[in-house]
Design a protein around this ligand. Structure first.
Ligand SMILES: [Zn+2]
Length: 311
């Protein structure tokens, strides 16, 4: 009797394992084959969304997780987001400083999804408010340094090759060509900055530009302390900013794209200077996406604004 029971138990365990394996295999099949052979990728923010498209081209289908104009630092992923990511092959986020909320997504992934922290290998710099603080907070806006953008491209390249090694040469070629374009963009910034009258720029909106400023050795004035906080600058802060603009004879104050730029515009009006958009490239508008905006096209607009501001 004992023997028969143990044979039965063994039999059911084996059947259980077989069913479990069969289900798992069919799940994976579903992920890899959904009618086309493209890599299905989901990117949190615009820079990696664009880089994925530039390198994967027609072999990739990329979804931008955050709808254009969404607040990026404090986003709360929906169950629908999590389901979508579970059904994709590749999830790319900027890193834990930029998207602390991505942890919730990563912990909910229970299928065969490749997860890429695209800041891998990039050294984070301290944010604007670090002076006088014991605990350093890191600036998460790594993509605003074009050298970092190249590292992000390489990280994405590695992931695409992992998922689709048959097309390794194709991805390498696209990445190399794209990095050359980034190099040209970088050189254009260097040229404009080297040939300009001044070295100080002024921001009158949420502040995300430490990487940019550090890369090009610029000086800066900012009305806002950070990008993630919604705190408006105090009256005394605004007066201090206005004082410095007058002292240094600065002709332009920047504000963020997709922002009304109220503070920047009011300072510009007070002082008779110009308020211009300088995008931090977290997101772009739906219209810009429709019109084919890219990281490079947005940065080229920034370059035009910078040229005015430095001269
Ligand atoms: Zn930000």
């Amino acid at each position: 009797m004992k023997k028969i029971i143990s044979i039965f138990i063994t039999f059911f365990i084996v059947i259980g394992i077989v069913i479990f394996l069969a289900l798992n295999i069919s799940n994976k099949k579903e992920i890899k084959n959904d009618g086309n052979n493209k890599i299905k990728a989901i990117a949190t923010l615009f820079p990696q969304y664009d880089f994925l498209k530039q390198i994967g081209k027609d072999k990739i289908e990329v979804t931008l997780l955050l709808p254009p104009g969404t607040e990026t630092h404090t986003y709360d992923p929906s169950p629908k987001d999590i389901i979508g990511i579970n059904q994709s092959m590749l999830f790319v986020y900027t890193g834990r400083y930029m998207e602390p909320w991505a942890e919730k997504i990563i912990n909910s992934i229970d299928r065969d999804v490749l997860i890429l922290d695209v800041s891998k290998g990039i050294e984070h710099i301290a944010d604007h408010t670090h002076e006088g603080h014991e605990e350093v907070e890191y600036d998460p806006h790594i993509w605003l340094d074009i050298s970092n953008a190249k590292v992000m491209v390489d990280n994405i390249l590695d992931s695409l090759i992992k998922l689709d090694s048959e097309n390794t040469d194709y991805y390498i070629k696209n990445a190399e060509e794209y990095k050359e374009k980034l190099e040209e963009l970088d050189n254009s910034f260097i040229q404009v900055i080297n040939n300009s009258k001044r070295n100080t720029i002024c921001f009158g909106d949420k502040f995300a530009y430490m990487y940019f400023i550090t890369k090009y050795n610029l000086d800066y004035i900012t009305a806002y302390d950070s990008c993630s906080s919604s705190a408006e600058p105090s009256v005394s802060k605004i007066l201090e900013v206005e004082e410095r603009i007058k002292e240094e004879n600065i002709p332009v104050i920047f504000y963020e794209s997709l922002s009304e730029g109220k503070v920047a515009k009011s300072i510009a009006k007070d002082l008779g200077i110009e308020a211009l958009v300088f995008s931090s490239v977290h997101t772009v508008s739906s219209e810009d996406i429709k019109n084919g905006a890219t990281y490079i096209s947005v940065m080229e607009k920034n370059l035009e604004a910078l040229q005015k501001a430095l001269n």
